[in-house]
Design a binder for this molecule. Structure first.
Ligand SMILES: *Cc1c(COP(=O)(O)O)cnc(C)c1O
Length: 387
């Protein structure tokens, strides 16, 4: 478990050293990849804390310690994907329980809730969580969980985490925050009163577009024990090599995030001033409705943004999407390389068009995941694609 000393250090120092004591058997500075399914016992029940690798694996244990440290929580749990982590949280519930979920959230979360868990008798109520009063009004005696994502994908809406925590506490419900878009470097929901933080570690935590993984972090021991029981019983655990990759990613999270944020600032300013661009959705722009709350609960504004052209048609957007040379046309986000995406036909194609339009997700919307390249090249690339 994390020591108090670690928590006193600066964020970057924590990230480099999180979960990384030298291996006691060899002195290896990097956590070894324990590629094993089982562990030899001295006598039945007498072991070194490891029995079978679905229940515990030393590489995963080190990663789980690191996850707790970087989210300033007591306990971390790693899962085989972000949606597997979400799946574990919903398995805390029983038929008849109600969940208040953000109306504007990751499509895969929406699909898991509506297409899988509704069949098990769990009720999901979708609310605009940027509207605190609307969330308060949706609370009933059956509300067990509030599920929030901030900033959202792809509209960059901001929800007030501390306000949600207040509502959840009053309702005796849990608050879970999907912190994937911000990353622990920019935002720590547990500090703001959330009960559980969820990550798609696939994105900024790994940072190199080479692994699928998820994470949960919490403070409450009882909640940790319940979620650990689900992790072990349902079995959506990541392999040791994937745990090693995420541990390695965490070491450079602060350095990467600083460049993602700097690129965000420069590209947002460029797009904002470009004559062909209509709206820019980035929480660091003062014109963004969530700007004040983002400033309050985030350290900086990140490298995810969306924009529309004055010609807000699919044809005009596709022209830009297929003309970039530095930006690659792909789904996903949070890697060192910049990506460009067309939400209407790619990441958000499963959401009906009328529903999409209600949240502002038009056929012309373009989403960017800014990598850590030099901003001059990113701007030059967008400039030639817009021309
Ligand atoms: C990618 C993503 C997920 C799902 O994570 P996977 O690792 O792909 O399973 C959940 N939430 C957000 C915000 C994401 O971007």
């Amino acid at each position: 478990m994390a020591t108090e000393n670690f928590r006193l250090k600066k964020q970057g120092t924590q990230y480099v050293h999180a979960g990384a004591e030298p291996d006691p058997s060899t002195g290896a500075i990097m956590t070894p990849i324990f590629q094993t399914s089982t562990f030899v016992q001295d006598a039945p029940g007498v072991n070194k804390g490891f029995e079978y690798a679905r229940s515990q694996n030393p590489t995963r244990t080190k990663l789980e310690e690191a996850l707790a440290i970087i989210e300033n929580g007591n306990y971390g749990l790693a899962f085989s994907s972000g949606v597997a982590a979400t799946d574990a949280v919903i398995k805390l519930l029983n038929p008849g329980d109600e969940v208040i979920a953000a109306a504007d959230m990751y499509g895969g979360t929406y699909r898991l809730f509506t297409k899988v868990f509704e069949r098990f008798g769990i009720k999901f109520i979708y609310v605009d969580t940027t509207n605190t009063a609307a969330v308060e009004n949706a609370i009933t005696g059956k509300t067990k969980l509030i599920w929030v994502e901030t900033p959202t994908n792809p509209m960059m809406n901001i929800t007030d985490i501390a306000a949600m925590a207040g509502i959840a506490k009053k309702a005796k419900a849990w608050l879970c925050v999907d912190n994937t878009f911000a990353s622990p470097y920019l935002q720590n929901p547990l500090n703001l009163g959330a009960d559980i933080v969820m990550h798609s570690s696939t994105k900024y935590l790994s940072g190199h577009s080479d692994v699928i993984q998820g994470a949960l972090v919490m403070n409450n021991k009882e909640l940790r024990d319940q979620l650990y029981f689900i992790q072990k019983s349902c079995g959506a655990v990541p392999g040791p090599f994937d745990c090693f990759l995420v541990l390695r990613g965490i070491k450079t999270l602060h350095v990467r995030m600083r460049q993602h944020c700097e690129n965000g600032r420069q590209v947002a300013a460029f797009l904002h001033a470009h004559p062909k661009v209509d709206k820019v959705f980035w929480c660091g722009l003062e014109s963004n409705p969530g700007y004040e709350i983002a400033k309050k609960q985030m350290k900086d504004f990140g490298g995810m943004m969306s924009f529309t052209l004055k010609d807000d048609s699919q044809e005009a957007a596709l022209k830009v999407l297929t003309s970039t040379r530095v930006f690659s046309l792909a789904e996903s986000l949070g890697g060192v390389e910049s990506l460009i995406n067309h939400p209407a036909t790619m990441t958000h194609a499963s959401i009906p068009r009328e529903e999409r339009l209600k949240t502002g997700l038009t056929d012309g919307l373009i989403r960017l995941s800014l990598g850590i390249e030099d901003p001059e090249d990113l701007i030059a690339d967008l400039n030639q694609a817009l021309a």
